[in-house]
Ligand binder design. Sequence first.
Ligand code: PXL
Length: 276
Amino acid sequence: MHRVPRVACINDLSGYGRCSLTTALPVLSVMGVQACPVPTAVLSKHTGFTNFSFTDLTDGMAAYLRSWNDLDFDMVYSGFLGSERQMSLLRQFFQYQKSKNPDCMILLDTVMGDCGKLYSTYNRALCDSMRELVAYADIITPNVTEACLLTGTPYHGEALHTAEAVAMAESLLTLGCRAAVITGIVREDIICNLTYTGAEPEFSVIHRTKSLFSGTGDLFASVLCGALANRKPLADAVQIAGRFLSDVTQYTLGQQTPLDEGVLFEPLLRNICEYL
Ligand code: PXL
Protein backbone atom coordinates (compact mmCIF):
# COMPACT_ATOMS: atom_id res chain seq x y z
CA MET A 1 0.00 0.00 0.00
CA HIS A 2 1.28 3.49 -0.84
CA ARG A 3 1.38 5.58 2.32
CA VAL A 4 0.61 9.28 1.92
CA PRO A 5 2.88 11.44 4.11
CA ARG A 6 0.85 13.50 6.61
CA VAL A 7 1.80 17.07 7.55
CA ALA A 8 0.22 19.39 10.14
CA CYS A 9 0.28 22.90 8.60
CA ILE A 10 0.03 25.65 11.18
CA ASN A 11 -0.41 28.98 9.45
CA ASP A 12 -2.91 31.77 8.83
CA LEU A 13 -5.62 31.78 6.20
CA SER A 14 -5.35 34.98 4.18
CA GLY A 15 -8.29 35.28 1.81
CA TYR A 16 -6.39 37.31 -0.75
CA GLY A 17 -2.73 37.66 -1.64
CA ARG A 18 -1.26 34.16 -2.12
CA CYS A 19 0.54 33.28 1.09
CA SER A 20 0.42 30.99 4.13
CA LEU A 21 -2.30 28.29 3.92
CA THR A 22 -3.54 29.27 0.46
CA THR A 23 -0.01 28.48 -0.74
CA ALA A 24 0.87 25.55 1.53
CA LEU A 25 -2.26 23.45 0.97
CA PRO A 26 -2.24 23.32 -2.86
CA VAL A 27 1.53 22.87 -3.04
CA LEU A 28 1.54 19.97 -0.58
CA SER A 29 -1.49 18.29 -2.15
CA VAL A 30 0.07 18.37 -5.61
CA MET A 31 3.26 16.94 -4.13
CA GLY A 32 1.30 13.93 -2.88
CA VAL A 33 1.21 15.00 0.77
CA GLN A 34 -1.84 15.06 3.07
CA ALA A 35 -1.85 18.65 4.37
CA CYS A 36 -3.87 19.10 7.58
CA PRO A 37 -4.41 22.80 8.38
CA VAL A 38 -4.36 24.50 11.78
CA PRO A 39 -5.47 28.09 11.03
CA THR A 40 -3.81 30.55 13.43
CA ALA A 41 -5.75 33.59 12.20
CA VAL A 42 -8.11 34.51 9.40
CA LEU A 43 -7.27 37.64 7.43
CA SER A 44 -9.23 39.04 4.53
CA LYS A 45 -5.92 39.94 2.85
CA HIS A 46 -2.31 39.57 3.98
CA THR A 47 -0.75 42.36 6.03
CA GLY A 48 1.08 43.87 3.07
CA PHE A 49 -2.22 45.45 1.95
CA THR A 50 -3.28 48.71 3.56
CA ASN A 51 -6.74 47.49 4.48
CA PHE A 52 -7.41 44.00 5.85
CA SER A 53 -9.46 42.33 8.57
CA PHE A 54 -7.71 40.12 11.16
CA THR A 55 -9.37 37.52 13.39
CA ASP A 56 -7.04 35.83 15.83
CA LEU A 57 -7.88 32.14 16.41
CA THR A 58 -5.76 31.50 19.50
CA ASP A 59 -8.76 30.82 21.74
CA GLY A 60 -9.83 27.74 19.83
CA MET A 61 -6.35 26.39 19.21
CA ALA A 62 -5.76 24.44 22.44
CA ALA A 63 -8.88 22.30 21.92
CA TYR A 64 -8.14 21.97 18.19
CA LEU A 65 -4.63 20.64 18.82
CA ARG A 66 -5.73 18.49 21.78
CA SER A 67 -8.20 16.71 19.53
CA TRP A 68 -5.24 15.76 17.34
CA ASN A 69 -3.44 13.94 20.16
CA ASP A 70 -4.62 10.64 18.70
CA LEU A 71 -3.02 11.45 15.31
CA ASP A 72 0.57 10.99 14.18
CA PHE A 73 2.27 13.30 11.72
CA ASP A 74 5.33 12.77 9.57
CA MET A 75 6.00 16.48 9.69
CA VAL A 76 4.79 19.60 11.45
CA TYR A 77 5.18 22.75 9.37
CA SER A 78 4.43 26.10 10.94
CA GLY A 79 4.45 29.64 9.56
CA PHE A 80 2.67 32.89 10.49
CA LEU A 81 1.68 32.97 14.18
CA GLY A 82 -0.57 35.58 15.75
CA SER A 83 0.19 35.58 19.49
CA GLU A 84 2.63 34.45 22.19
CA ARG A 85 0.03 32.01 23.50
CA GLN A 86 0.03 30.31 20.09
CA MET A 87 3.79 29.90 20.30
CA SER A 88 3.48 28.23 23.68
CA LEU A 89 0.74 25.88 22.37
CA LEU A 90 2.94 25.03 19.44
CA ARG A 91 5.88 24.23 21.66
CA GLN A 92 3.69 21.68 23.46
CA PHE A 93 2.40 20.31 20.14
CA PHE A 94 5.93 19.95 18.74
CA GLN A 95 7.06 18.13 21.89
CA TYR A 96 4.01 15.87 21.96
CA GLN A 97 4.33 14.86 18.31
CA LYS A 98 8.04 14.15 18.78
CA SER A 99 7.32 12.02 21.84
CA LYS A 100 4.82 9.97 19.81
CA ASN A 101 7.02 9.73 16.73
CA PRO A 102 10.71 10.62 17.17
CA ASP A 103 11.01 10.72 13.35
CA CYS A 104 8.41 13.48 13.08
CA MET A 105 10.25 16.39 11.45
CA ILE A 106 9.47 19.91 12.68
CA LEU A 107 9.86 22.61 10.03
CA LEU A 108 9.53 26.06 11.57
CA ASP A 109 9.28 28.91 9.09
CA THR A 110 10.18 31.79 11.39
CA VAL A 111 7.81 34.28 9.73
CA MET A 112 8.30 37.70 11.34
CA GLY A 113 9.29 40.24 8.72
CA ASP A 114 11.13 41.10 5.52
CA CYS A 115 13.38 43.79 4.06
CA GLY A 116 14.53 44.83 7.54
CA LYS A 117 11.00 45.43 8.85
CA LEU A 118 8.59 43.46 11.04
CA TYR A 119 5.19 42.54 9.59
CA SER A 120 2.58 44.91 11.02
CA THR A 121 1.06 42.32 13.41
CA TYR A 122 4.48 41.40 14.88
CA ASN A 123 6.33 42.96 17.79
CA ARG A 124 9.55 42.37 19.73
CA ALA A 125 7.85 40.14 22.34
CA LEU A 126 6.59 37.83 19.58
CA CYS A 127 10.11 37.71 18.13
CA ASP A 128 11.47 36.66 21.54
CA SER A 129 8.88 33.86 21.73
CA MET A 130 9.76 32.76 18.19
CA ARG A 131 13.43 32.62 19.21
CA GLU A 132 12.48 30.28 22.09
CA LEU A 133 10.40 28.10 19.75
CA VAL A 134 13.44 27.50 17.54
CA ALA A 135 14.82 25.18 20.24
CA TYR A 136 11.96 22.74 19.53
CA ALA A 137 12.35 22.73 15.74
CA ASP A 138 14.47 20.52 13.48
CA ILE A 139 14.73 22.92 10.55
CA ILE A 140 14.15 26.68 10.41
CA THR A 141 13.89 28.83 7.29
CA PRO A 142 14.50 32.49 8.19
CA ASN A 143 15.00 35.11 5.50
CA VAL A 144 17.87 37.57 6.10
CA THR A 145 15.69 39.94 8.16
CA GLU A 146 14.46 37.09 10.37
CA ALA A 147 17.97 35.62 10.75
CA CYS A 148 19.10 39.06 12.01
CA LEU A 149 16.16 39.29 14.43
CA LEU A 150 16.78 35.80 15.79
CA THR A 151 20.52 36.27 16.25
CA GLY A 152 20.48 39.91 17.39
CA THR A 153 22.52 40.98 14.34
CA PRO A 154 21.99 44.53 13.01
CA TYR A 155 20.28 44.41 9.60
CA HIS A 156 22.16 46.09 6.77
CA GLY A 157 20.36 44.76 3.70
CA GLU A 158 19.88 41.41 2.02
CA ALA A 159 23.47 41.14 0.77
CA LEU A 160 25.54 39.12 3.23
CA HIS A 161 29.18 38.14 2.78
CA THR A 162 29.82 34.40 2.94
CA ALA A 163 31.56 34.62 6.32
CA GLU A 164 28.76 36.76 7.74
CA ALA A 165 26.06 34.36 6.53
CA VAL A 166 27.86 31.32 7.92
CA ALA A 167 28.43 33.05 11.28
CA MET A 168 24.72 33.85 11.44
CA ALA A 169 23.80 30.25 10.59
CA GLU A 170 26.13 29.00 13.34
CA SER A 171 24.49 31.38 15.76
CA LEU A 172 21.02 30.11 14.70
CA LEU A 173 22.03 26.54 15.54
CA THR A 174 23.01 27.62 19.06
CA LEU A 175 19.30 28.44 19.56
CA GLY A 176 18.67 24.69 19.46
CA CYS A 177 17.48 23.71 15.95
CA ARG A 178 19.28 21.00 13.96
CA ALA A 179 19.47 22.90 10.67
CA ALA A 180 19.00 26.45 9.40
CA VAL A 181 18.24 27.50 5.85
CA ILE A 182 18.83 31.24 5.44
CA THR A 183 16.86 32.28 2.38
CA GLY A 184 17.15 35.19 -0.01
CA ILE A 185 20.80 36.21 0.42
CA VAL A 186 21.34 38.66 -2.43
CA ARG A 187 24.50 38.68 -4.60
CA GLU A 188 24.37 41.08 -7.56
CA ASP A 189 22.35 39.05 -10.10
CA ILE A 190 21.81 35.89 -8.06
CA ILE A 191 20.09 34.82 -4.86
CA CYS A 192 21.65 32.27 -2.49
CA ASN A 193 19.99 30.04 0.02
CA LEU A 194 22.38 28.79 2.70
CA THR A 195 21.82 25.38 4.27
CA TYR A 196 23.72 24.76 7.49
CA THR A 197 23.58 21.67 9.69
CA GLY A 198 26.77 22.19 11.63
CA ALA A 199 28.84 20.45 8.92
CA GLU A 200 29.99 22.07 5.64
CA PRO A 201 27.77 25.09 4.75
CA GLU A 202 26.01 24.65 1.38
CA PHE A 203 25.09 27.62 -0.77
CA SER A 204 22.53 26.97 -3.49
CA VAL A 205 22.20 29.63 -6.12
CA ILE A 206 19.07 30.68 -7.96
CA HIS A 207 18.17 33.31 -10.52
CA ARG A 208 17.45 36.74 -9.05
CA THR A 209 14.30 38.51 -10.17
CA LYS A 210 14.82 42.08 -9.00
CA SER A 211 11.12 42.68 -8.18
CA LEU A 212 10.22 41.68 -4.62
CA PHE A 213 7.01 39.67 -4.73
CA SER A 214 5.16 38.96 -1.49
CA GLY A 215 4.64 35.37 -0.37
CA THR A 216 7.83 33.94 -1.90
CA GLY A 217 9.06 32.81 1.55
CA ASP A 218 5.84 30.85 2.10
CA LEU A 219 6.09 29.25 -1.34
CA PHE A 220 9.73 28.31 -0.73
CA ALA A 221 8.98 26.77 2.67
CA SER A 222 5.94 24.90 1.30
CA VAL A 223 7.88 23.32 -1.59
CA LEU A 224 10.73 22.53 0.82
CA CYS A 225 8.22 20.86 3.13
CA GLY A 226 6.77 18.83 0.24
CA ALA A 227 10.22 17.69 -0.88
CA LEU A 228 11.21 16.71 2.69
CA ALA A 229 7.91 14.85 3.15
CA ASN A 230 8.86 12.97 -0.04
CA ARG A 231 12.07 11.98 1.79
CA LYS A 232 14.48 14.19 -0.12
CA PRO A 233 17.65 15.06 1.84
CA LEU A 234 17.66 18.67 3.11
CA ALA A 235 20.24 20.09 0.66
CA ASP A 236 18.36 18.52 -2.31
CA ALA A 237 15.03 19.82 -0.98
CA VAL A 238 16.50 23.34 -0.79
CA GLN A 239 17.63 23.07 -4.44
CA ILE A 240 14.20 21.82 -5.53
CA ALA A 241 12.40 24.67 -3.75
CA GLY A 242 14.91 27.19 -5.14
CA ARG A 243 14.50 25.97 -8.73
CA PHE A 244 10.70 26.14 -8.51
CA LEU A 245 10.82 29.64 -7.00
CA SER A 246 13.20 30.79 -9.68
CA ASP A 247 10.90 29.58 -12.48
CA VAL A 248 7.76 30.97 -10.83
CA THR A 249 9.23 34.42 -10.20
CA GLN A 250 10.52 34.70 -13.77
CA TYR A 251 7.13 33.65 -15.11
CA THR A 252 5.37 36.18 -12.84
CA LEU A 253 7.68 38.99 -13.89
CA GLY A 254 6.67 38.36 -17.49
CA GLN A 255 2.99 38.78 -16.59
CA GLN A 256 3.57 42.28 -15.04
CA THR A 257 1.08 41.79 -12.18
CA PRO A 258 1.17 43.98 -9.00
CA LEU A 259 3.79 42.81 -6.46
CA ASP A 260 1.19 42.51 -3.66
CA GLU A 261 -0.62 39.85 -5.67
CA GLY A 262 2.33 37.55 -5.01
CA VAL A 263 3.78 35.01 -7.41
CA LEU A 264 1.56 33.32 -9.98
CA PHE A 265 2.31 29.76 -9.00
CA GLU A 266 -1.00 28.28 -10.19
CA PRO A 267 -0.06 27.80 -13.87
CA LEU A 268 3.19 26.03 -12.85
CA LEU A 269 1.78 23.98 -9.98
CA ARG A 270 0.89 20.96 -12.09
CA ASN A 271 4.60 20.54 -13.01
CA ILE A 272 5.94 20.69 -9.49
CA CYS A 273 6.65 16.96 -9.14
CA GLU A 274 9.03 17.22 -12.11
CA TYR A 275 11.31 19.18 -9.76
CA LEU A 276 11.50 16.27 -7.28
O1 PXL B 1 4.25 35.80 3.60
C1 PXL B 1 4.28 35.84 4.98
C2 PXL B 1 2.96 36.26 5.54
C3 PXL B 1 2.11 35.29 6.06
N1 PXL B 1 0.90 35.63 6.57
C4 PXL B 1 0.50 36.90 6.58
C5 PXL B 1 1.30 37.90 6.07
C6 PXL B 1 2.56 37.58 5.53
C7 PXL B 1 3.41 38.62 4.97
O2 PXL B 1 3.05 39.74 4.77
O3 PXL B 1 0.87 39.17 6.09
C8 PXL B 1 -0.84 37.23 7.13
